[in-house]
Design a protein. Structure first.
Length: 91
């Protein structure tokens, strides 16, 4: 892989990571508003007034969303990079 190609991929990867984090956080917030018990914010794990079940369910949903969004965006950016450079992205 050429230095130019690698130097193009690094900012793309960083931008994708930041954008993905913002997208996943927003998506989780919208989903939690709909499934949370009339609670617009997800439970804070340190808040002992919340049930453990609610905290763990929120964390599992958040982890699932973050993982799927991250994998989807990384996969899409790798396909875009390959289409533009005709090289596989660096691993």
């Amino acid at each position: 892989m050429s230095k130019v190609a690698r130097s193009l991929y690094t900012p793309l990867s960083v931008a994708t990571g930041v954008g993905g984090g913002l997208l996943a956080g927003s998506l989780f917030g919208q989903i939690w508003k709909r499934i949370g018990d009339n609670d617009p914010e997800p439970p804070d794990p340190k808040d002992l007034t919340q049930s453990a079940k609610t905290v763990f369910i929120a964390a599992a949903i958040q982890g699932l969303i973050i993982g799927v969004v991250r994998a989807s965006l990384q996969r899409a950016s790798a396909h875009g990079y390959k289409a533009m450079t005709h090289e596989l992205p660096p691993s």
